[in-house]
Design a protein around this ligand. Structure first.
Ligand SMILES: NC(=O)c1ccc[n+]([C@@H]2O[C@H](COP(=O)([O-])OP(=O)(O)OC[C@H]3O[C@@H](n4cnc5c(N)ncnc54)[C@H](OP(=O)(O)O)[C@@H]3O)[C@@H](O)[C@H]2O)c1
Length: 340
């Protein structure tokens, strides 16, 4: 099959489209004919080798973290899917494989696609929407009437986060540039701060929950506008010891390393009287099924910024790497024309 394969960590030159063996089906796997795959900043991280201390990949490795397609075959122990089902999935994090004509994934990572979406739209949902759901509903426990601050509302995760926070009944304030303002408002943001000209100092300690998609100085400013005793969950700043305990299987060496690298951030959070948690999202078929329901009920939609043919996946990744995407970037399989 044709796949986009990482052979050497570093820049784009270490990955290429090539013929690669079809994935092997394990007893609890489904094998999927990939019709479209979503792109994410983490694809660049994998390509650069930044996640090597956490996930040990064996090169050559097919890249890609999320996809939508049709089930071709199921393993002996699979109970929820059969051949022909239309599914979407966030792959296991140490397995990847979405940028290919076929992908295998554990059935627990997949769900049936929302009936009102095509493959292109569905492929853009799993990773970003799961991240937003697990942060806002899971970690922060956002409740109706609360004031939520979301930094970076116009990107892949942010566009879902705004909608999920609104579904939970929150009042949403988000940051975006002029390029993203109309988009975030159309998704339900109640208040939009232009991050290029507004430093947040006009806010008091107003917010009940914070979801940070930017990190750095943005996170530091967020600490100052949270009510004392509230929490910020970041997916973009630095991991801290709970990340190792809760999200990465309790690996002690990682907990110690994360304790050290997050020391400054945790100090600043403590001085502000705010809790800080860095979340690594996890694949979840049940969370994905909830997202599919929300999509079918009209609470959630996907914003697709750009779609590329699968043969141009490197170009699509270069666009994601600019950090300017509004919503999601997707590659679609055109099996006959994608072969060089
Ligand atoms: N830990 C996890 O499990 C996890 C999961 C998913 C994502 N992430 C991380 O979360 C972050 C967001 O992911 P994503 O997929 O949403 O990224 P993305 O789609 O690449 O985000 C791009 C958007 O961010 C906006 N932006 C850039 N700088 C900004 C700033 N300083 N303030 C406000 N908005 C800004 C851009 O708007 P303009 O072009 O208008 O500037 C653009 O629309 C990334 O760092 C990603 O690696 C982590």
């Amino acid at each position: 099959m044709l796949a986009y394969v990482l052979t050497r960590y570093g820049g784009p030159e270490g990955s290429a489209l090539m013929e690669f063996p079809e994935p092997k089906l394990r007893p609890r796997d489904i094998l999927v004919n990939v019709r479209a795959a979503g792109l994410n900043p983490v694809d660049i991280g994998f390509r650069q080798g930044k996640l090597r201390p956490i996930y040990r990949l064996k090169l050559p490795q097919v890249l890609g973290n999320e996809f939508a397609g049709e089930v071709l075959a199921v393993g002996d122990e699979v109970t929820r899917f059969s051949a022909g089902d239309r599914v979407f999935a966030r792959t296991e994090k140490d397995r990847l494989g979405a940028f290919a004509e076929q992908a295998a994934v554990g059935e627990d990572c997949a769900a049936h696609m929302p009936s009102n979406m095509d493959f292109e739209e569905a492929a853009g949902v799993p990773l970003a929407a799961l991240t937003a759901l697990q942060a806002l509903r899971g970690e922060l426990g956002v409740k109706s009437g609360q004031r939520v601050f979301i930094s970076g509302g116009a990107g892949g995760v942010g566009t879902f986060a705004i909608q999920i926070a609104k579904w939970l009944g929150a009042h949403v304030t988000t940051t975006a540039s002029k390029r993203g303002e109309a988009l975030v408002r159309s998704l339900g943001a109640d208040e939009v701060i232009d991050y290029t000209s507004d430093d947040l100092s006009r806010f008091g300690k107003d917010f009940d929950a914070g979801f940070d998609l930017i990190g750095g100085e943005t996170l530091d400013r967020m600490f100052k506008i949270m009510k004392p005793g509230t929490r910020i969950v970041s997916v973009a700043a630095v991991p801290e010891p709970q990340t190792a305990r809760k999200d990465l299987g309790g690996r002690r060496i990682l907990a110690v390393a994360f304790w050290a690298i997050s020391y400054g951030v945790r100090q600043r959070a403590r001085r502000a009287g705010v809790g800080y948690r860095f979340l690594f999202m996890h694949p979840s078929g049940s969370d994905l099924a909830l997202l599919a329901d929300l999509i079918e009920q009209g609470h959630l939609r996907v914003i697709i910024d750009k779609t590329y043919p699968f043969a141009k996946v490197a170009e699509a990744l270069a666009y994601v790497e600019t950090g300017r995407a509004k919503g999601k970037v997707v590659v679609i399989q055109q099996i006959s024309s994608s072969r060089p």
